[in-house]
Design a protein around this ligand. Structure first.
Ligand SMILES: CC(C)(COP(=O)(O)OP(=O)(O)OC[C@H]1O[C@@H](n2cnc3c(N)ncnc32)[C@H](O)[C@@H]1OP(=O)(O)O)[C@@H](O)C(=O)NCCC(=O)NCCS
Length: 158
């Protein structure tokens, strides 16, 4: 069994994070839903669109991101944002490489995010997921998150 270590995100992890994003979010992200419904947005694949969203956090909130390593290889990440005025820590994106899922790494990264939020002096944390994401809907309530609302996304051509 591989040794798992969680540590702060470093710039050199970027490629691994983007690779994990492309493989693990298949079937579980809005960007892919959009492509299925209306085709490529701005000529980008859904993976490229999702990369853009993750890159936003890697650029702007790098010090609030963490990775999990299995035997020295990055196999998962969590990107978070801090809303200091509201004392809320937002778990923006969490993903584990397909071959390493269901081994407790998602739980470890989520736990790390919560520890980080407490260290930042925050009082609350929030997270969201799509209705089609049955895994996340098991994980988050098991972690003590309570449902606060549901949002429906719509889109159409102009
Ligand atoms: C959701 C995700 C982050 C979970 O990470 P993971 O390392 O596989 O999860 P863990 O092994 O820590 O399992 C935590 C819990 O998640 C739930 N879970 C994970 N995979 C599941 C599956 N295939 N079926 C049902 N529940 C699942 C279970 O409640 C599990 O606890 P248990 O093993 O005690 O039953 C991972 O599946 C993933 O990267 N998915 C794709 C990206 C994604 O959906 N990210 C979240 C967006 S909101």
């Amino acid at each position: 069994m591989a040794q798992i270590a969680v540590r702060k995100y470093l710039k050199r992890d970027r490629e691994a994070v983007l690779r994990i994003t492309a493989e693990s979010f298949e079937g579980f992200c809005l960007e892919e839903n959009m492509e299925i419904l209306i085709g490529r947005i701005a000529n980008k694949t859904w993976q490229e669109c999702k990369h853009d969203a993750i890159e936003y956090d890697l650029r702007n909130n790098a010090r609030h991101a963490f990775v999990a390593e299995a035997d020295g290889q990055v196999v998962g990440f969590v990107c978070t944002r801090i809303y200091r005025d509201l004392l809320i820590g937002h778990v923006a994106n969490l993903a584990i490489a397909k071959d390493h899922q269901r081994r407790g790494i998602g739980k470890m990264l989520l736990q790390q995010a919560l520890i980080h939020f407490r260290e930042c002096g925050l009082k609350y944390t929030r997270i969201e997921t799509l209705e089609q994401n049955f895994k996340a809907q098991k994980l988050y309530p098991a972690f003590g998150f309570k449902e606060i609302g549901r949002l429906i996304y719509y889109m159409r051509d102009l």
